[in-house]
Ligand binder design. Sequence first.
Ligand code: SF4
Length: 376
Amino acid sequence: MPNLHSFQTDDPRLVSVHEKVLAGLRLDSEDALSLYGTRDILALGWLANSVREQKHGNETYFNVNRHINPTNVCVAACRLCAFGRRKDAPGAYAMALDEAFQTAASGYSEAVTEFHIVGGLHPDLPFQYFLDLIAGLKQRFPHVHLKAFTMVEIAYLAKRAKLSTRETLLQLKAAGVDSLPGGGAEIFTDRVRHVICDHKIDGDQWLETARLAHQLGLKSNATMLYGHIENDHDRVDHLLKLRALQDETGGFQTFIPLAFHPDNTPLAHLPKTTGMLDIKQIAVSRLVLDNFPHIKAYWQMMTPKIAQISLRFGADDIDGTVIEEKIYHDAGATTPQGMRRQELIRLIREAGREPVERDTLYRPVTRTQTSVTLAV
Ligand code: SF4
């Protein structure tokens, strides 16, 4: 549906951006900084929405997935994190393989089309554990897409197994990994990374791991953690690096801006993001990442209400009916751990959008009372 309202702004910086967007021209770093700097959220939203509607019309995607976090033991101790624990800390856990399979089965119904599998960097679990985990899940749930291991986990597994990143990815793919999630990207700039996550791979290594995965035919997502100590320049740098890699590989499916949740982290003194920043981040992402098919408003982090509004500010995906999300709830997210399918559909419809249930690769899922089929 075309954007029928005329464009209006009281911010002169947005006039030239508007002209570029209308002409389908790529925005540069100065444009992106203007977008971050504006307080005219409605004009920014108009621009992002026009691109969103050109790409997807009214369609808004969601999926039915289950999160599996095999371990929260992590050697990295990122300051941004409330999930990772030292091995001997209270609440630390590592699932035995059978336990992981039971966890998968306990939330499983025919409706689940994806397992989203991420966890900490465990110092003792061998690479074979992860190969067995994936192969075992694939054997038990052959129709479920396995979206597993962030670039950070891949790099750590490679180091522990003394394999190249490429060989590590190849073995995981052979075991049954279908695609990779987008986590661990945080903010690529070294200055910021040294404060929020100084023990994990740097931005260039994250991008190189994604490049290798894409070259091997594994799609991935990409994220950006915002709302902590980064500034607009750091955010723009992050977006432009992702855009450049996407030009090269075309392997990214979805960009997911993640609002920082400070509770229970060493950065708990920082304020939470505001609704204005959350919505602005969605809109700027849609405008700058012109080669990313999808922008996701992750309701678990943004709250369902802000995510719903984001559907008119550039987002075309609202994640899914997540079952048992741990990572952001350890960081103080007060959203429910899962949302019923009907509730998600109601949110989307009330935003004036058309819900489309998808699988991980954005193929529409058609449901009847008794079966699920994928339109390929
Ligand atoms: S963010 Fe990831 S790598 Fe960092 S401490 Fe948490 S679980 Fe570990």
